[in-house]
Structure formats: structure tokens, C-alpha cells
Design a protein around this ligand. Sequence first.
Ligand code: GLV
Ligand code: MN
Ligand code: MN
Length: 397
Amino acid sequence: MKIDGARFLKDLHDLRAIGAAGVSKGVVRPAYSDADIEARQWLADRMRAAGLRVETDAMGNVFGLAEGPSILMGSHSDSQPEGGWLDGALGVIAALEVARAAQEAGGPAVSVVSFQDEEGRFGVTTGSAVWSGQLDQDAADVLTDNAGVSLAEARAAMGDMVTGPVDPTQFTGYIELHIEQGPTLDSSGEQIGVVSDIVGIRDMKITFSGQQNHAGTTPMQLRKDAFQAVSEFNTLLNDRLRNVVTPSTVWTIGHVSLHPNASSIVPGKAVFSMQWRDGDSDRLARMETIIRETADEVAKSRGIELSYGTLLGLEPVAMDARLRDALAQGAEAVAPGKWRKMPSGALHDATNVARLMPVAMLFVPSINGISHAFEEDTDEHDLVAGVEVLAKAVAAL
Ligand code: GLV
Ligand code: MN
Ligand code: MN
């Protein structure tokens, strides 16, 4: 099987042009935005041109299907609100190139997918969560983004593309190439990471409701300031989590919405995201207890109200040994001595797909370990090396 590196890179750059933004190679292509839908239409055309049959399910997951049983490869083409050009896009376009190369070589059969809303505008890897049965469509439809738009409203925008459900039993396994999105490979000078397992995640919204009031006349001791509650919660939490976490545990308050968000008003309401990740489900549960106890304590001591949104989560998942070994052999052939086995601290669609079939993942380096930012980038030699490892693994399987 012969990979065409120039053809692969051209497609990757063409996809980047849809929603290109910011400095360097940034993209803004959140799930169901005009740019995301345009990218999915473009991708469907590229799949058809590669001889694949295009089917799109109700969530907007776009599949390019080979005839008969096939191995599924891909990732996602939606981006973070400020994203890089490779997060997701790399895995989709690499899959397309391997599918084309496999056809030119007379086999094996390779199908391609771009999952929808991997970046969690509405939840956590929403498109693959619904496709895999992790999340019911009805439960997904009532999830809302930070602006209050429901998933049901958002996905109506690409209703024209929907053909119906896509049967997972036609696939023998799933392989996803992705940028590492962290510093390990870049700092070690290695070219390839073969993923051992993917961490678990928990994510929920927390709301503190106090009393909106005048910022000049309300004495400090009488305030029910929702921002001060968030601030105190965060400080206490960082201290208390120290007793249960490991150096690889992470937690993030990434979105805060203050109401009414004005200089001269004591904020009456704060809604914020609380997300935590670890490779051990028990630790995730212990962290949840600490998070809830700390928020309860802050609310009580300040006399304000507290409520929680739906707790979304995915368990840690180990990669399939057979697929992983095929990737490891491909890595040794393409980058002898310059690859390693490593866990994934980022979430991926592979976690959901593992409910349905064997899955494995491959990483290439992220320059300076930067991702979820416009500056995200990878040396193009490393991108092509990743596709070559995929091709070798698929041919061997
Ligand atoms: C996926 O992008 C994640 O947040 O890990
Ligand atoms: Mn991604
Ligand atoms: Mn991402």
C-alpha cells in the first residue's frame, strides 16, 4: 500500500481553509456551525471521489463506507471555539488517504468517519457517544451549549445531509490517528506514540445563585456575591484535591458565566464548568465527592444557593492489544527507536467506539505541546510518518 503524502497534505490544508481563523494555522469550526457543516459537505465530496458511499446519521457523524466488512478509521472535523488545524482533522484526512491507498492496492477495505461534536459544545464527545449507545439521542437532544442552544436545535441545521443510522457491525475495528496535544513526544524527540489507554473524564456545570446588588452601596458583609463563591470554591478545592490526586490527574474550570457581568453590580449568579480527568475511575469518584462537599460548604457559609447540571463522564479505556501491536510494529518500521507506548490524557472518540469494537490510537508530536489553541502545529514529516504507520498497521491486519 503506497501513501501519497502530497495528496494527503493538500486535503489537510484544504480542510483547514474552511473556518480558518486567528494567527498561524487556527480554525474556528465548532459543531454544527456554518463552517463545520461546510467542512462536512466538503468531506463527503472527498469521500465520494475516493469511491466510498457516504452516509450521515442523525447526529451528523459522516461516514465514508467501503463495500463489505471493513476497518473504520477517522476522528472528528469539528473544532474547539478556538482550535488548531490538526485536532481531529488529522485523523479524518489520514483515514481518507489510507482508504484511497488501500483501494489502489486492491485492499483491505477501509471506511472513514468524522464524528460530530467531539469537542463537546454540548457534552463530552457527543456524536460518537450517541452512535455507540453511551448516550441516548433523546438525552443528548436536551443538552445545551454555553449560549443555551439545545443540541436538537443545532443539529437541525444539517438535517439535509442525514441519511439514517449507520450499522456498526460492518466494522471489524477502529483506529484513530491524532496529534498528542501534550509535550511528551516533542520534548523526547520521538516521532510516534502508540496509545496504551485513554483517561476517564467527568464534566458538569455548577451554579451559585446569590443576590444581585449595587456594588457601591452594599456592605461587604451583607453581600451574596456569586463570583466570590466561585473564587473561594476554587481555592479550597485546589487545596483539598491535593490529598487524592496523582501527578497526572487534572482538573479545570474552563468556562465561567457571571450574571449580569457588569463592573458596578455585585454578581447574583455564576455558572461554571467543572471538569476532571484521571486514569482511575475510583479516583474520579473520590474527586467528585470532594467537589460536591466543597461547593456545598461554600454555599452554606455564604447563604447562597447551589445547583448542579448533569454529570457527564466517560470511563478510562485500554486499547485493544492486537490493533495496538500492529501499530507498534508499524511504528518500529517507520520510526525505528523513535516511538513509545503512552497513555492519552486527552479524550477521543475511540473511548466511545470501544463499546462496539476493538480500538487503538496513534499519536504524532505537537510542537511545544500546544493544542486547543490557534498555535497548534506538527512538523509535516511527522504527519506523513503517522499516516505511513497507519497504512502499515492496516496492511498487516
Ligand atoms: C478533547 O478534545 C478533549 O478535551 O480531550
Ligand atoms: Mn481531538
Ligand atoms: Mn480537542
